[in-house]
Design a protein around this ligand. Structure first.
Ligand code: HEM
Length: 344
């Protein structure tokens, strides 16, 4: 398989674009015409549908190189986007091993990992990186293991310590988030960092989700999809930089909504790490402009109904209430009122 990497930006001139192939494989998240939070977990791992974003364990696509460049820009401006409390060093090595191993096995033409005992040799062709290092010896890498590997992997990463029957956000790399902050959440537990989410706690979702996550076994990862809306193809929609992207919400008009309003889908997966017993939580972000999404009629029809009927609290929380009517009016022209089939 050959991937042609886009030269594009996720800020300033926003030159990000999805190819026809990227549109075709976009992880459309709705399996029915309405939406409410649920514990929508399913198995993840090798053997996903060929060509889909679920085929490989850590999907690498045409945006890889540009996303890594964007991460480096964000980190240069704010190093606290990557943090690891002292007891999480081993989990960082676990994550480095997991990602290197999966990428080398799933994309051998792009990544290679050679191991001779604890002497490892890593080759990342798309980013032009070649690194010899000693596994578990931090002095042999240019930065900590978590930062090293997540500068080379698309998506954000939360790494959770498991203790006292709870998960604790004690490490992470977070530069492409939907308006939450690692620096704010660091050291919080599962219920604390989820406190701002409306409705879900009283529905018992977080109790059930935590129970499921505490039992995730090594070698048996799971995944779920989450979604929101973003104006412009911006990865860094962080509270820290709200002053940069918040005002852009006010630029949406009926004329430009198709081009500037994006559906943002997160492919979240859950991995037990072998030495530390920590849980890795990669959050991979996929963006699609509404004008590209509506090229698939069943997606356009369904998204119209989901956004139209979404409870107000969810539209407020997800931050698109201000543009909701413009989005609904735009999508309505693609909804012929026909019934849809269950499933994606
Ligand atoms: C939102 C982290 C697992 C359900 C969030 C937020 C964070 C987060 C940081 C944003 C909260 C805010 O507004 O500040 C995590 C981490 C997880 C995890 C690190 C893994 C350990 C789950 C699971 C579920 C879930 C398994 C299952 C249902 C939700 C929901 C939202 C949310 C429904 C609101 C999202 C939205 O409406 O856009 N999560 N989460 N989370 N989380 Fe989780």
């Amino acid at each position: 398989m050959t991937i042609r990497f886009n030269d594009e930006t996720f800020r300033d001139d926003y030159s990000f674009r999805n190819s026809a192939e990227a549109i075709r494989r976009f992880p459309f998240p709705f399996d029915k015409d309405d939406y409410m939070y649920s514990v929508n977990m399913e198995p993840h791992g090798t053997g996903g549908r060929a060509g889909s974003v679920f085929e490989k364990r850590f999907d690498v696509d045409e945006h890889y190189v540009a996303e890594m460049r964007d991460r480096a820009i964000t980190l240069a401006g704010d190093p606290l986007r990557c943090q690891s409390l002292p007891h999480m060093e081993l989990a960082g090595w676990d994550l480095l091993e997991l990602i290197m191993q999966c990428k080398a096995e799933d994309y051998p033409e792009l990544f290679q990992l050679h191991r001779d005992g604890d002497r490892w040799h890593w080759i990342n062709r798309p980013l032009g990186i070649e690194q010899r290092f000693t596994f578990l010896d931090p002095t042999t890498l240019p930065c900590g293991p978590l930062e090293y590997i997540t500068r080379q992997a698309q998506g954000d990463f939360a790494v959770l310590d498991q203790r006292e029957g709870n998960l604790w956000m004690d490490a992470g790399m977070v530069t492409s988030q939907a308006d939450w902050s690692l620096d704010f959440d660091i050291g919080m537990n599962f219920f604390e960092w989820h406190a701002p989410v409306p409705k879900a706690a009283e529905m018992g979702i977080f109790q059930r989700a935590l129970k499921f996550l505490l039992a995730v076994q090594q070698g048996a990862p799971s995944r779920r999809l989450n979604w929101t809306m973003t104006v412009n193809p911006r990865l860094d929609t962080s509270p820290e930089n709200y002053h940069l992207w918040g005002p852009e919400k006010r630029t949406i008009t009926p004329e430009n909504v198709g081009a500037k309003q994006y559906l943002r889908v997160e492919l979240q997966s859950f991995w037990r790490l072998p030495r530390s017993n920590a849980l890795a939580f990669p959050i991979r972000c996929y963006l699609i402009a509404l004008e590209d999404l509506v090229t698939v009629p069943k997606w356009a029809r369904r998204l119209h109904r989901v956004i139209r009927d979404l409870p107000d609290e969810l539209a407020d929380y997800k931050g698109f209430a201000v543009n909701r009517q413009i989005i609904i009016d735009y999508l309505a022209q693609f909804d012929d009122g026909k019934p849809t089939s269950p499933g994606i």
